[in-house]
Design a protein around this ligand. Structure first.
Ligand SMILES: C[S@@+](CC[C@H](N)C(=O)[O-])C[C@H]1O[C@@H](n2cnc3c(N)ncnc32)[C@H](O)[C@@H]1O
Length: 207
């Protein structure tokens, strides 16, 4: 998971923020890179497990960072202006977002799967996607930048991404998805076939 282009992208999004919470920090490498680039002043490295947090402590020795064992934001009462939640499933990220006590921060979210679930959750819980990024680093990774606000998303927007669908650099990703869906469609039942046909139509409409 600690792929270097993905880490670099996540770190680049911290520029100009003061205190960054990294939920599920694991190795702490996103925070380390953000510090090394001079982008942030303080970090709160959080993980639900002790072992990964020990790794983060090693990697962030000498940096202005705190280390907290917590399930998402549950133990986080400190002020912060940015939170990163990366490298987890969409449902886990939704559960973690539901517990934040800081609606005014900027959130950088990178789900490993089911981006449409995360986008739908955000739209239903007064969050607005302000940008979306994609990077190929062995796999395609999608990163959403999110703030408190309003957005209305159609099912097509949830699937493709309201911003990502307009970005040229996302075309190879959509082409890859289209090829995958076309490969599996002959082997699925009629109900699933209808669902996949709708997704294929979304993809073909932008390619
Ligand atoms: C695959 S790693 C991702 C590490 C890093 N965020 C990245 O993107 O490279 C997922 C990490 O999230 C932690 N994690 C999972 N659920 C969590 C939760 N509810 N609260 C805090 N940490 C969690 C795991 O222990 C693990 O260290």
């Amino acid at each position: 998971m600690a792929r270097s282009k993905r880490i670099k992208l996540l770190a680049s999004l911290t520029k100009g923020y003061h205190t960054v919470v990294d939920i599920g920090t694991d190795h702490g490498l996103v925070l380390k890179q953000a510090f090394d680039l001079g982008y942030i002043k303080h970090a709160i490295a959080v993980d639900i497990k002790a072992m990964p947090l020990e790794q983060a402590k090693d990697n962030l020795k000498g940096y202005d960072a705190q280390f907290i064992i917590s399930d998402g934001f549950k133990q986080i009462d400190q002020p912060f202006d940015m939170a990163i939640i990366a490298g987890m499933g969409a449902y886990t990220i939704c559960e973690i977002m539901a517990e934040t006590k800081n609606p005014h921060a900027r959130y950088v979210l990178q789900a490993n799967d089911k981006h449409e679930i995360l986008r739908k959750y955000l739209a239903q819980h007064q969050y607005r996607i302000v940008d979306e990024h994609i990077i190929f680093d062995g796999f395609y990774y999608i990163v959403m930048v999110v703030e408190q606000g309003c957005m209305t998303l159609s099912p097509k927007d949830c699937y493709l991404g309201p911003i990502l669908q307009h970005k040229q650099e996302a075309k190879p990703y959509y082409r890859h998805k289209l090829i995958t869906l076309k490969k599996i469609i002959p082997s699925v039942d009629d109900h699933k076939k209808k669902v996949l046909e709708a997704l294929i139509a979304y993809l073909e409409s932008i390619l």
